[in-house]
Design a protein around this ligand. Sequence first.
Ligand SMILES: Cc1ncc(COP(=O)(O)O)c(C=O)c1O
Length: 423
Amino acid sequence: MATQKKDYVMDGIVRAKYGAAALAGLQGAVPNSYPRIMGPNALKYVQEVVESGLTSDMVERFEKAFAEAMGIKHCIATPGCTPALAVLAASFPFEPGDEIIVSPITDFGTLQGLCRENYIPVFPDTEPGTVNMSARTIEPCITDRTRAILVVHKTGIICDMDPINALAKKHNLIVYEDVCQAVFGEYKGRKAGSLAYAAGYSFDSEKTMGSDVGGCIITNDDNLAERMRFIGQSRGAQMIPHFGRAHAECGYALRMPQCTAAICLAQLEIIQGQVAHRDKMIRLLYAMLGDIPGIIPLPIPHYMNVFSCWMAGFSIDPKAFKCGGEEFARQLSDAGLPGAGQGKYYLMPAAMLFLQRQAASKTYPFSMPPASREYHYSGDNCPNAQAFLENFIRWATFSDKYQPEHCEIVARMVREVAERNRV
Ligand SMILES: Cc1ncc(COP(=O)(O)O)c(C=O)c1O
């Protein structure tokens, strides 16, 4: 049947913005990420790509440099973390209907690839008062269909990985990391991304190592690395003698462009200094916010020796103020904190409307088979996460440009709004 024109009518749908456009016009008393600080060699590397007539080895150079910086054997560059995690999902030997345990507070990019593979996401709750899940909240979600645990180090706070890895080992599960918001953060002296089987990164322009639309996957497993290149870059094509390319798998062409690799390489040269600075500034800022009665900055776990903060945020104690989180954030934004708002949309079981629909109507992969039980998605499944986001306030991403005086300005603004609304 011919496609009807009405199929394309997008009545009432407002498309989400991304990149610098999402922050355009956000002027305030403290810096935001844009314009990005670029590594001093960015132009030189981009020029090399152009002058080589696209014969440069820039992607390989970036992959090698990133793998070395992480102390991991393989790095596979991708055009973002959404594709990185999609390639990982497509490379795992799981079946439709298999379950992946995944953080409930995250970006959709964490989930997209595993949904496309028709795996079923299962969301444990978060620990009360934090953005992350833990071994304790994960354990009751493990079933005989669970195959992997995908942890997200949300805002830059690293999950407590040792107990998660121990739990996974007991149940023979893969653990992998979404490190988009914690690049070069450290857990007990080990880098985020080196704490499990594999990890996905984003070098999106708004991310900590902002390099335009880019990302990568890292792993120590030679076979997984080779399979990811086959599935994710060679589109699952193998060379057959006397024939040519034959498609053994329905693969992707998710390759990082050479100019992005040039910028990534230049950003990699300055990232560790920037992260050390972020660590200092965020600890200072959270200490200042913690001195304001009723304001609870995100707790920084003692095991995190480097806090690579991507997004700063705090909770308000609802008993301390006459207004709720939304109104508090609005007043902060009016006071000049760029992009102050809430992050309720990060609650994936509430935000993934298509998943709710599929599960309710038991359409594939929620039909049985391949599923072996019924699923229901709603914010109510994760009451800690939902309650946390009700009172959580964050602002446009934390920036390398913060200095102690900016921390003081933020603390002053928060204090003023707090005093104005105190019960
Ligand atoms: C936790 C997390 N995962 C995945 C993504 C997706 O990354 P990308 O935009 O590079 O596809 C993001 C981006 O915001 C993220 O914050």
